[in-house]
Design a binder for this molecule. Structure first.
Ligand code: HEC
Ligand code: HEC
Length: 297
C-alpha cells in the first residue's frame, strides 16, 4: 500500500532526499580541494582582537561527514526511506512489532497453557495467575469498572456478590468472551401515574421508603406491564437476560424514585464489549479467574 495519494509525492521525496545527500557530497569534495594557508589569518578583525585563521578542518571531522553520506546511502538502500521504496531488507515497523509480540507469546505460552488446563477456581487461587490477571484487568477493564473494580453508574461492581449475568465460573467466562448487551425496554406508554406506582413498588422490593398505596397498584402493574417477563414474578431478576435483581440493595443506575422513574420511562441499554477476538482465550480465562477472585462468595 502506498502512503501517497499519487506518484508525484513519491518522486518528490526521492528527489529531495537524494539531492540533499548529493549536495553534501559535492560540498565535501569542493572543500577537499580548497587551498589553505596555515598559520596566516584571513585578514578580518573583529572587536579589534578577534582574527580568523585559514586552517583546514581536522581530518577526523571531514571523515565523519563522509561516513554520514555513505551511511545515509547504505541505510536508504536497506531500509524504507526513499518514497515508496521498501528497502532491500523488507523491514517494516509492523513486522518488527509482530515478531516481538510472537516472541513474547511463545515465552508465556507454557504458563497460559498451564492455566488453560486448570479449573477456573484453582486459577483464581493461584498467586502468579492473579498478579497477571490484575495487570490485564488494569489495562483493559479499569476504564469502565474502575481501578478497584467497584464500578460506577451503569457499570457493574465486580467485587460484590450480586451478578447481573451470573457469577458461576462458566457464566463469567461467557460474559467476558462474548460480551453482554443488557436491554431494558422503555415503558413511557404506561403513563406517568402508572410509572410512579411502579417506581414505588420497585423501591418497596428492597425495603426503601415508599408510598404503600402506589406500591400496591404498582405490584399489579408489574405483572400487567410485563416486567415479570424479565425481572421475574418476585422481582429477583433473570441472569440469562441480564435483568437485575430488584429486591437487593445493589443498583446499576440508582435507587432514587427519580432515577427509577427515568429507567422505566426511557429504558436502559448497556453494553459489555466482547474480548475473545481481541485478547484470545487464554487471557480471557485469566481475567475470568481474576473477576471470580474479586467477587464476594
Ligand atoms: C467499555 C466499557 C467496558 C469495558 C472496557 C469492560 N466492561 Fe465489563 N461491563 C461493562 C458494562 C456496561 C457491563 C454491564 C452490561 C449490562 O448491563 O448488560 C459490564 C459487565 C461485566 C460483567 C458482568 C457483571 C455481572 O454482574 O454479571 C463482567 C464480569 C465484566 N463486565 C468484566 C469485564 C472485564 C474482565 C473487562 C476487561 C477485559 C471488562 N469487563 C471491560 C462495560 C465494560
Ligand atoms: C425485556 C426485558 C425487560 C423488561 C420487560 C423489563 N426490564 Fe427492567 N431491566 C431489564 C434489563 C436487561 C435491565 C438492565 C439494563 C442494563 O443492563 O443496563 C433492566 C433494568 C431495570 C432497572 C434498573 C435496576 C438498577 O439496578 O438500576 C429497573 C428499576 C427496572 N429494570 C425496572 C423494570 C420495570 C418496572 C419493568 C416493567 C415496566 C421492567 N423493568 C421491564 C430488562 C427488562
Amino acid at each position: 500500500m502506498s502512503d501517497f495519494v499519487n506518484d508525484f509525492w513519491n518522486l518528490y521525496v526521492i528527489v529531495i532526499v537524494l539531492a540533499s545527500i548529493l549536495a553534501c557530497a559535492v560540498l565535501l569534495i569542493v572543500q577537499g580541494k580548497a587551498t589553505f594557508t596555515p598559520g596566516k589569518t584571513m585578514g578580518h578583525v573583529w572587536d579589534e582582537t578577534l582574527e580568523e585563521y585559514n586552517n583546514p578542518m581536522p581530518k577526523w571531522w571531514s571523515w565523519m561527514f563522509v561516513i554520514t553520506v555513505v551511511f545515509a546511502l547504505v541505510y536508504l538502500a536497506l531500509y524504507p526511506g526513499l518514497g515508496n521504496f521498501k528497502g532491500m531488507l523488507g523491514w517494516t515497523s509492523v513486522g518488527q512489532h509482530k515478531v516481538e509480540v510472537d516472541t513474547m507469546d511463545a515465552k508465556v505460552k507454557p504458563l497460559y497453557d498451564k492455566y488453560m488446563a486448570m479449573d477456573l477456581k484453582a486459577v483464581s487461587a493461584d498467586k502468579t495467575a492473579m498478579e497477571m490477571g490484575k495487570r490485564l484487568y488494569l489495562t483493559y477493564c479499569m476504564q469502565c469498572h474502575g481501578a478497584d473494580a467497584r464500578g460506577a453508574k451503569g457499570f457493574p461492581n465486580l467485587t460484590d456478590a450480586d451478578w447481573q449475568w451470573g457469577g458461576q465460573p462458566e457464566q463469567i467466562v461467557e460474559t467476558i468472551t462474548g460480551g453482554r448487551m443488557g436491554v431494558m425496554p422503555p415503558h413511557a406508554q404506561l403513563g406517568g401515574e402508572t410509572i410512579k406506582d411502579l417506581a414505588n413498588y420497585v423501591r418497596s422490593l428492597s425495603g426503601l421508603p415508599n408510598d404503600s398505596v402506589r406500591a400496591t397498584k404498582g405490584q399489579a402493574a408489574f405483572t400487567e406491564a410485563g416486567c415479570i417477563g424479565c425481572h421475574g414474578a418476585d422481582g429477583t431478576g433473570m441472569q440469562a437476560l441480564g435483568a437485575p435483581n430488584l429486591t437487593d440493595k445493589v443498583w446499576l443506575y440508582g435507587s432514587s424514585e427519580a432515577v427509577i422513574t427515568e429507567t422505566i420511562t426511557n429504558g436502559r441499554q448497556n453494553k459489555m464489549p466482547a474480548w475473545k477476538d481481541f485478547l484470545g482465550e487464554a487471557k480471557v480465562r485469566l481475567l475470568s479467574a481474576y473477576v471470580l477472585s474479586l467477587g464476594a462468595k
